[in-house]
Design a protein around this ligand. Structure first.
Ligand SMILES: [Zn+2]
Length: 141
């Protein structure tokens, strides 16, 4: 789930330059991400997001971690969601060369382990775009 959130964030930012979600609620079976946005998305845009995320999953990119100094993290990555007391060494989670962001959560070893990504609903209210999604387990893993 966590890894899927990273891919979704990167995809959203590439398509709409909206930045990563400012709020996320990640659970085992379903999750939601909130973005600062100006409008709701059309069905074809939602389809496009879903296709792109599933493409990254299908590419089975390796997920790796790297530790950098706090200063380097501030310099290179979006550290908005980093807690104040994050310490002097920051863990950066890389998804192939598609995405890199600081995170302390648990992740899959490669994106093929994520399975299928499906957007269940998307809503827009008060300049906030909320995307809810589910994952289906990969076949044979
Ligand atoms: Zn994460």
């Amino acid at each position: 789930m966590h890894s899927a959130e990273h891919i979704l964030n990167q995809t959203m930012d590439r398509m709409f330059q909206c930045g990563r979600c400012f709020n996320a609620h990640i659970e085992k079976k379903k999750s939601k991400c909130d973005y600062h946005f100006e409008r709701g998305l059309t069905q074809s845009e939602l389809d496009e997001i879903q296709i792109r995320v599933n493409q990254i999953i299908a590419n089975d990119l390796p997920v790796s971690e790297e530790y950098v100094s706090h200063a380097e993290a501030l310099d290179k990555f979006n550290t908005e969601k980093l807690p104040q007391n994050a310490g002097s060494t920051i863990r950066i989670v890389h998804i192939g060369d598609y995405d890199a962001c600081p995170c302390i959560g648990n992740h899959v070893k490669s994106t093929g382990d994520i399975g299928g990504f499906r957007i269940t609903t998307a809503g827009f209210d008060n300049d906030v775009l909320r995307i809810r999604f589910k994952l289906t387990p990969p076949e044979g893993r």
